[in-house]
Design a protein around this ligand. Sequence first.
Ligand code: T4K
Length: 377
Amino acid sequence: MLKPFSTPIYVTQPLLPDLIKYNCLLRKIWKAKWLTNMLGPCHHVLETKLSQYLKVPHLSLFNNGTNALITAIQALDLTGEVITTPFTFAATPHSLVWNHLQPVFVDIDEASLTMNPSKIEAAITKKTTGILGVHVFGNPCDVTSIKQLAQTHHLKVVYDAAHAFGTTVLGQGIGNYGDITMFSFHATKLFHTAEGGALTYQDEQFKDKLYYLKNFGIKNEEEVITVGSNGKMNEIQAALGLAVLELVAEEMKARQKILKLYQQRLSNQPGIIFTQITNQNESQSFQYFVIRIDSQLFGQTRDQVYVKLRRYHVYARKYFYPLCSRYQCYRHLPSSAPNNLPIATKIAQQVISLPFYGRLTPNQVNRICDIILKKEI
Ligand code: T4K
């Protein structure tokens, strides 16, 4: 008989470095007596190491992903409307509204769950100045078609790669596409700094612009040249990042094994659909493990599976239900009408994000799958 887990199993568990190693890095900070303002011993090293890891020419650290995304959009001087996806975390459309821009939601592609380029094209108006794509669950957007659309219609492209740390397309780091790409380093991400984020870009001129925008616009003691916020990553965060970065390769290997076990147990089950793209040209981020439940074929709805898992102390999540277009602050927009977003509306009813982190044991994964497959609701 299946028994509930004695301790809760959450959707993720943060990767935590050995405290002795972390302490060594903290000691450097204590010695330098620089805790923030991008001048301590860890900030610069982390920036360099991450640009190498992500295979990008330029990278600027931020205190969280949301602030980074808001600042990226500010740096691009967008106006009017920006086309985006409703199948994402709240921070994506919010970052547009913080910049006084109107989000225009378009439907997603059923396989990749990212914005459908033909829907983007149809949504372009005279007011459109940009496209904000999300590499959701680490699945890359159709970067080639989006680039073409942007060139034809003179639009800027920002990518939200909060889930795509380490994703590559044709051997290129995902942060090389678009004008600016945002990565999140929140505690729930594979690579993290507790809270944190980064922007990556090809054009070196963004370096100074982003610096001022995340540092109050301060140029020197007597000059403030723009309306910047405080988006700086501090030394304690950067030190954690340096320690966590050393663990990423092992964690990815562990997650690969867990992914395989989930796939073995859940593939060929009528009504269970995997959402991660496995394409020869693209590598995965191992950030989330999300399945779709087709209730007609599976015999249980996603919500029934979600509740059943909770009864056994497994706290799966419905990333991303509801769609952002259903939020109180966005449902009035013309593009939020469900008939404009039929695929996203269907997918949001089906998705469930299962526990996925390196310290899950095969026994735990097997028990989670047993609960999912159990006929009883
Ligand atoms: N764009 C996209 C597409 C995003 O998904 C996100 C963030 C952003 C932008 C914004 O980036 P940041 O500004 O956050 O850098 C979580 C995360 O807080 C959020 O970062 C993430 N996306 C989103 C998808 O998931 P919640 O509300 O689900 O988090 P929470 O606190 O419920 O955590 C989930 C589970 O993780 C908990 O049940 C237990 C475990 N957990 C969590 C934390 C914080 C731990 O074990 N330890 C911890 O310290 O949003």
